[in-house]
Design a protein around this ligand. Structure first.
Ligand code: SAM
Ligand code: SF4
Length: 328
């Protein structure tokens, strides 16, 4: 299987697998689950079991996956998540495991996450004002989340990235304050353009995009570009002169980063999805549950890779898949 590499028709080497372990969540963010979380959930038996996920990952690693991110829904709400993270970290060949969480349950579980070998955390925090946080997420949980952020830094997680989905008229007036946190805290703050997806997405007229986000963020000081490293994701990075942390812009709407995309996604429902913003995906759960071999699983990987689009066309074609089931 070593010879079956995950290289797509456009010569992109796919070495990064993002796994949504559940479509369930303890929040209902307006941009992810419009309607306050009242979206249909997968029945339990339709969610990929941990041992099934581990098997898919092992095959992926044989084919060149080296980087894994665990996401959701909210990964920390799924029962058995910590032993799963541990088992994941024992797969030889993975050099990097990261976790994306809303951090509502983070504070009391940092030790287990650390002992599973995870050092890199992405935490979603879209507002610093507790009432606004509650309006965006549907839950008055800002303090818990902020305690989680502080404790993660104190426990030595690095980097701790804060994901901020930028929404005009909702949190735009806080962007500069968020960016200024990097003067005192070694946080990496990632400002993300809103992607309208799922059935009945939040309607956002005149969305706030790249340059305008940067203008709002940059009010806090002199921004210096940070050179992109080999392992970097899609963010364009900056640092305020004298700051200990950095900021980044993720601009899937205004600047495709598709040409450099190295990602595959394993959805909570057990599909391999070559592009977040295209609904084409390959079923792995069916074949797994009907006794497929590893070689057949490898073929499913190759098929997914073969159909990775050259770039997304969210501006022309709606995406039905829900972010919480795909994992972001
Ligand atoms: N529950 C975890 C969390 O919120 O961090 C992990 C899952 S969440 C789907 C992963 C990421 O997707 C989060 O950073 C979230 O802000 C982002 N996200 C969700 N819906 C989005 C949207 N419509 N546009 C842009 N980013 C979105
Ligand atoms: Fe839950 Fe994360 Fe979606 Fe918010 S963004 S509803 S925390 S899955």
């Amino acid at each position: 299987m070593k010879s079956l590499k995950l290289v797509d028709p456009y010569n992109r080497h796919l070495n990064y697998l993002r796994i949504s372990v559940t479509d369930r969540c303890n929040l209902g963010c307006i941009y992810c689950m419009p309607g306050g979380g009242c979206v249909p959930k997968l029945p339990h038996e339709e969610v990929l079991r941990y041992e099934e996920i581990l098997r898919v990952v092992r095959v992926g690693v044989e084919m060149g996956i080296t980087k894994v991110r665990v996401t959701g829904g909210e990964p920390l709400v799924r029962k058995g998540i910590y032993p799963f993270l541990h088992a994941l970290s024992e797969i030889r060949g993975i050099s990097d495991i990261a976790l994306t969480t809303n951090a509502v349950m983070l504070k009391n579980h940092l030790r287990e996450i650390r002992s599973a070998g995870i050092r890199r955390l992405n935490i979603s925090v879209d507002a610093l004002k507790p009432e606004r946080y509650a309006r965006i997420t549907g839950r008055d949980a800002f303090q818990k989340v902020w305690d989680g952020v502080q404790e993660a830094l104190a426990a030595g997680f690095s980097p701790v990235k804060l994901n901020v989905v930028v929404l005009r008229g909702v949190n735009e007036d806080e962007l500069a304050d968020m960016a200024r946190l990097t003067f005192s805290l070694p946080l990496h703050i990632r400002f993300i353009e809103y992607m309208p997806m799922g059935e009945g997405p939040l309607r956002v007229d005149n969305p706030l995009l790249g340059e305008e986000i940067l203008e709002k963020v940059g009010g806090g000081g002199r921004l210096l570009p940070v050179a992109a490293g080999e392992q970097d994701g899609p963010a364009v990075r900056y640092r305020f002169e004298g700051a200990v942390g950095e900021i980044g812009l993720i601009r899937p709407m205004s600047h495709h980063f598709c040409a450099r995309c190295n990602r595959l996604r394993l959805t909570a429902s057990g599909h391999l999805r070559p592009c977040l913003l295209s609904d084409r995906q390959e079923d792995v759960k069916g074949p797994l549950r009907s006794g497929c071999t590893d070689a057949q699983l490898a073929d499913i990987f190759l098929n997914a890779v073969r159909f990775k689009p050259i770039s997304h066309c969210l501006d022309k074609q709606a995406v039905k898949g829900r972010m919480s089931a795909i994992g972001g």
